[in-house]
Design a protein around this ligand. Structure first.
Ligand SMILES: [Zn+2]
Length: 408
């Protein structure tokens, strides 16, 4: 099987996850795909293959040298986004893309156009795998799975390339934020790993936001409005005061790159009580802590003005920047960097303005930066992936395995 045949086979499985399920895997159909993948890994002759009841599939490509080399891992997720159907995906390959509009569905006038998606023009001359306009493609993250299985198969066909034990892991439910949840890091047993789950060729990510949520509760005092002078406390107005005390420009709509923010996500109330919800994000841990402190200070000032207990803030940390876990092990980034350069890919280090499974794994003790899988326009009908990008990502996986053996 070629890597593209593998990919096309994988997207024929509907593996959409479901936020409301409350079990892992969140949908039984992910298990169906996991069982299929397991047979592929068995046919390849991998060792220590295990599929647990939560849908985590692990396997080992054993070392082909006698000296000790650190065990490394590659991880990808099996589910697709709940945002768009992944049922009955009908992929099509547009060969040698010429830079013009791609009609995905003539009947329904669905067109993938460089006018809306200029990144298409970076792939002129390549072979693009696109949808029929009615489902997502599922390159996120079945491209990642194909790249990992493809790399393992390549290494098996090329025994002259020395490598240590390579662990591979396929997990369910990444798209609903639970991919790392029941990932048994100890059983996986790698020193470090890479998720193959990024977008454009060259992406290398090992920084994400520190994240917290905040709920601000404001108590008011209601009095007949005709007789309220110096008595009424309108919680809506106090909440409004609180909102305006936070730095005006530090919102998602006004920030980018490494700039953090306060994001007002909800406001609900009447005179007696108002509740305001925020999420707080910052790559820098100190600035992140300072943001939380600022919220408490604002509450303190308002309590001085309106009386103790008027405003209270409940803060809850959600996740942290994996950089602090990865930084003491910069060689794992250097390896990925070198592997890209040696395969002719220009590394593009980018800070994620969000969270990742890799971050959760990093804090569970498995440092885990993220590498491109090559797909674009994730989670919708315009998703596509160039054949050449999948091949490049596969070569990067092979090269990381090779360099790890060379350097240790
Ligand atoms: Zn993904």
């Amino acid at each position: 099987m070629t890597i593209i045949e593998r990919f096309l086979k994988y997207v024929s499985f509907d593996t959409q996850s479901d936020e409301s399920a409350g079990v892992t895997p969140s949908t039984e159909k992910q298990m169906v795909f996991a069982r299929y993948l397991k047979t592929e890994l068995e046919e390849l002759g991998l060792k220590d293959i295990s599929l647990d009841e939560n849908g985590y599939l692990f396997a080992t490509l054993p070392s082909n040298v006698s000296r000790p080399i650190p065990v490394i891992g590659f991880i990808a997720h099996m589910d697709t986004s709940p945002d768009m159907s992944g049922e009955n995906v009908k992929p099509r390959i547009v060969e040698k893309y010429d830079g013009t509009d791609i009609v995905l569905s003539a009947d329904d006038h669905i067109v993938l156009s460089p006018k809306s998606f200029p990144e298409l023009l970076d792939h002129v001359g390549e072979d693009l795998i696109v949808t029929d306009g009615h489902t997502l493609l599922g390159a996120d993250d079945k491209a990642g799975i194909a790249e990992i299985v493809g790399a393992v198969s390549y290494l098996l066909e090329h025994p002259e390339i020395e490598h240590g034990d390579i662990r591979i892991g396929f997990n369910p439910d990444e798209e609903i934020g639970l991919g790392a949840h029941k990932f048994d890091v100890e059983k996986f047993g790698a020193k470090w790993a890479y998720t193959m789950d990024g977008g454009e060729v060259g992406e290398l990510e090992f920084e994400n936001f520190n994240a917290a949520s905040a709920t601000v509760s404001v108590k008011g005092l209601n009095v007949h409005p005709g007789y309220a002078k110096n008595k009424m406390i309108n919680s809506l107005l106090v909440a409004n005061e609180f909102v305006s005390m936070l730095p005006f420009g530090e919102t998602p709509a006004k920030t980018e790159g490494y700039e953090g923010f306060f994001h007002l996500v909800g406001m609900e109330g009447e005179v007696e009580h108002t509740s305001v919800s925020y999420i707080i994000r910052d790559h820098d841990r100190e600035k992140f802590e300072a943001r939380k402190c600022l919220m408490l200070e604002c509450a303190g000032k308002l309590n001085e003005k309106y009386g103790e207990g008027t405003v209270s803030v409940e803060l809850k940390d959600q996740y942290y920047n994996m950089r602090q876990q990865v930084e003491p092990l910069m060689h794992i980034i250097d390896l990925a960097f070198a592997a890209m350069q040696e395969t002719g890919v220009e590394p593009k280090v980018k800070a994620i303005r969000g969270g990742t499974d890799g971050a959760q794994l990093s804090f569970k003790g498995l440092p885990c930066p993220n590498i491109f899988a090559g797909g674009l326009n994730f989670h919708g009908r315009y998703e596509f992936v160039p054949v050449q990008s999948i091949e490049k990502a596969m070569k990067v996986v092979v090269k990381i395995a090779e360099l790890t053996a060379k350097r240790y």
